[in-house]
Write a protein that binds this ligand. Structure first.
Ligand code: GTP
Ligand code: MG
Length: 138
């Protein structure tokens, strides 16, 4: 079985959607191996978003991720990396399909960065890397 790092971003926590998002993860059958309300730090985010350094949305993205607590989770289940991204839906909440977290609950706020409620690792190597960043004791 596989593990992935999932985050409920500050917009999801602020809007009181933590329960709804966790409900969808559990209903899908993924196991919550870790779940913590956390404050990100600039150092942690620099590692987490390493691939986005230098992109135009990088600074606003980090600022957004520091705007409030996030829920950091490690999920476990068969093909949960692909499966959680499928639950999350497309990056742009307007384009995300109905039935997905972003499609059902996200909206376009007309801001510099997409506030799209959740993050999910996108490949086995990034999942291991990101789990190590958020839960270094593992
Ligand atoms: P994550 O699960 O959060 O990693 O989303 P993703 O894999 O669907 O997107 P990606 O890793 O490409 O980008 C990380 C985050 O940066 C996104 O979730 C958005 O919040 C933001 N972002 C990415 N691309 C854009 C963009 O083109 N414009 C804007 N405004 N924000 C973006
Ligand atoms: Mg990504």
């Amino acid at each position: 079985t596989e593990r992935t790092l999932a985050l409920i971003k500050p917009d999801g926590v602020r809007r009181g959607l933590t329960g709804e998002i966790v409900r969808r993860i559990e209903a899908k059958g993924y196991t919550l191996v870790r779940l913590e309300l956390r404050e990100a730090t600039p150092e942690l985010l620099a590692e987490h978003y390493e691939e986005h350094h230098g992109k135009p949305f990088y600074e606003p993205l980090v600022e957004f991720m520091l705007s409030g607590p996030v829920v950091a989770m490690v999920l476990e289940g068969e093909r949960c990396i692909e499966g959680f991204r499928s639950l999350a839906g497309a990056t742009d909440p307007t384009a995300a399909a109905p039935g997905t977290i972003r499609g059902d609950l996200g909206r376009d706020w007309g801001l510099k960065v997409q506030q799209n409620l959740v993050h999910g690792s996108d490949a086995p190597e990034t999942a291991e890397r990101e789990i190590g960043i958020w839960f270094p004791e593992r």
